[in-house]
Design a protein around this ligand. Sequence first.
Ligand SMILES: Cc1ncc(COP(=O)(O)O)c(C=O)c1O
Length: 321
Amino acid sequence: MGMESKYIWMNGELVEFEKATLHFLTPALHYGVGVFEGIRCYSTSSGPAVFRLKEHAERLVNSAKVMGFRDLAYSADELADAIKLTVSANGFDECYIRPLIYLTDGGWNLTVDAGKPGVGIAVWKWNNYLGAEALEAGIRANVSSFTRHHPNVMMTKAKITGNYANSVLAKTESMRLGFDEAILLDAHGYVAECTGENLFLARGGRIYTPPTVDILEGITRDALITLARDLGYEVVEQPISRDQLYIADEVFVCGTAAEVIALREIDLRVIGAGRMGPVTRALQQAFHATIRGQHPRSAEWLDYVNAEAPVSIPVRERVSA
Ligand SMILES: Cc1ncc(COP(=O)(O)O)c(C=O)c1O
């Protein structure tokens, strides 16, 4: 898998990769009670920089809050420092970062209060999630037979590990059918998001994206809305129907893993010209410049790993929130 690194941060310490293991009876594994983040660190001329670290650390802590964890030992700022420490300890210029807060120590009666939250942070080399070719050519998607979570069944603002069984069902089906990615509709039948990406369409020079009620509030989505408005595009958040995708000029998806990728075909219908269109290209270029430290928005959104590398991580006693 190429996911190796030297160290994984586990509950306040850097642990050798092979030793970062959990017991079979860790409740998170049985009930999907964990919350996580997906973050990327990019190589820039000023060294490695984490994209929107503060927002990711805050979303992680908010996911824990939504899940009901009450005795987190670390604040968002401490987790952000631990993330930078993990990146610099592993010596990567560029990497994917995976923090995870998981229910451990007991918890067999289906409440988070029966156990304790543990925290780990892993980093690994990960280039193109949807393949190098997708960057230019775009990918082929289907509308999934699986529905995205109703927002009162699973909490869609939180990256809860158990939520992702829905993504795995949809993505597996999509790939077995010969597509690259699945688009999920919400419980009302409107377009929600993909298995790990938010979705946009362009039509008549305007950009549209579904409102956030039942999707993950993507940090890349937020960045693209800002970059699009900087470029003078009008961005409208409104419910989108399946057939509005078919007749769009362009459809594209975005996320930390996927970055910005065009959907050139949906449900065997060619979208627009059948390749990446000008709006997607402009946003993909602006996004790539931003993450490389070459855009006016870079200063605001990049957190340089070596600028003030934390020396040690304070390990507080667990406190009740
Ligand atoms: C379901 C889902 N939607 C959207 C996204 C995109 O979010 P972000 O841009 O914050 O990575 C992700 C990836 O984290 C996701 O898992």
